[in-house]
Design a protein around this ligand. Structure first.
Ligand SMILES: Nc1ncnc2c1ncn2[C@@H]1O[C@H](COP(=O)(O)OP(=O)(O)OP(=O)(O)O)[C@@H](O)[C@H]1O
Length: 261
């Protein structure tokens, strides 16, 4: 485990370009995220936010770009490799195992860090059983941490929308990631749920975690993020603190030009 240092770079990506047929979805985009930061990615519809996110998390292969996580180069060639490297993500459209309990959903996240493997699971060795008990205990702690411990034994699909998003975050935390990438975590939330989400993200940051966030709710981004990148038509038109970015002419124009969000 790398030493915790406020200035330590967790994620560094540079020169990312991605073309879909005739459309240049990303042109030479790069970001640097330091430990303990909440880093926001914003931009009007179609700006390339999801594409950028998908490239970083191994869902899309970029045409060019370099990637380093906690100082080590990583190749985002597949989602499971990115998860192993230490990036956990949530999805815009929640992707939980609907028929599994909340606890089981978090345990699945934890399994990428376990050692007994398939043989242990089939033969139910003592090592496997001990490990399962530890995983369950850790999963319960995480459910408590995100505020939904009381639903541990409920099927995921029976949880409210806001609680399902919390569950996704607990599952992401279960992998002990270097970076947690949240894809529009406030989407579909009501005002109360947004306030609670903000408190949760703040709490995660205060525990020295590092977060990358795509979010349409500009108010939430500006109130929460340490730094922000603004994309427009696949180009990075601004990077800086929320206060800097809000004053940037290109940003104002991009948002006003499309009617904003
Ligand atoms: N798989 C794909 N194939 C072809 N074009 C794509 C694909 N994914 C995205 N695009 C295009 O790339 C551009 C950027 O889309 P992207 O979804 O990354 O933007 P976004 O900023 O996330 O938008 P939104 O805010 O609407 O989610 C858009 O013009 C989109 O139509």
């Amino acid at each position: 485990m790398a030493e915790t240092n406020d200035n330590e770079v967790v994620l560094q990506v540079a020169g990312i370009s991605k073309r879909f047929g005739g459309l240049q979805a990303l042109s030479d985009v790069g970001i640097t995220i330091r430990r303990g930061q909440v880093y926001g990615l914003i931009g009007p519809n179609g700006a390339g936010k999801t594409t950028f996110f998908n490239v970083i998390t191994g869902l899309y292969t970029p045409d060019s770009g370099s990637f380093a996580l906690a100082g080590r180069p990583y190749e985002p060639r597949a989602v499971h490799l990115v998860a192993k490297a230490g990036i956990a993500r949530t999805f815009q459209n929640i992707r939980l195992f609907a028929e599994m309990t909340a606890l089981e959903n978090v345990m699945v996240g934890r399994h990428i860090r376990t050692r007994s493997g398939l043989a242990g699971a089939i033969f139910r060795t003592k090592g496997f059983r001990d490990e399962e008990a530890q995983i369950a205990a850790r999963a319960r702690e995480l459910l408590d941490y995100v505020g939904i411990a009381r639903y541990a034994d409920f099927k995921a699909r029976t949880l409210s929308y806001g609680d399902q998003r919390r569950l996704e975050i607990a599952r992401a935390l279960a992998t002990d990631p270097q970076l947690i990438a949240l894809d529009e975590p406030a989407a579909g939330m009501n005002a109360t749920e947004k306030v609670q989400l903000r408190e949760l993200i703040d709490r995660i940051r205060n525990d020295s975690r590092t977060i990358l966030l795509i979010e349409h709710d500009v108010k939430l981004v500006m109130g929460l993020c340490d730094r922000v990148t603004v994309l427009d038509y696949g180009k990075q038109i601004a990077e800086g603190t929320p206060a800097e970015v809000q004053k940037n002419e290109k940003v104002i124009e991009a948002y006003l030009g499309t009617g904003g969000h």
